[in-house]
Design a protein around this ligand. Sequence first.
Ligand code: AMP
Length: 122
Amino acid sequence: MARSYDSNNIFARILRGEIPCKKVHETEHALAFHDIDPQAPVHVLVIPKGPYIDMDDFTAKGSDAEIAGLFRAVGEVARMLGADGPGYRTLSNCGEAAHQEVPHLHIHLFAGRDLGRMIGKG
Ligand code: AMP
């Protein structure tokens, strides 16, 4: 079901500089910052600068440059934080079944400990 982008969501406000974030990295197409409630020693969120609700919206409407820019930024952040050696996990919740809380696409990057195997079986 098509939803419209809420330009007052918290990550849109971070992108506009209305509220602060602990910035890790910024590129033409992406911003990365520390999650406010970290679930691992390293927990960074990487978001596109454009108004995309979730992975579905982004992969349907984002330009090739935006899509490449976001994924390159994820790899850059992992290398900047030294997570590429030991390993890391990326995750993006899309919609209700995944319990997405903030309606602006974000890729979680977790690292800094053994992250266990995948997700629970519910
Ligand atoms: P999700 O459930 O995938 O939508 O995850 C939303 C994430 O955003 C959660 O991990 C929150 O801790 C995080 N979050 C919410 N508000 C902020 C904020 N102002 N700065 C950084 N992270 C935030």
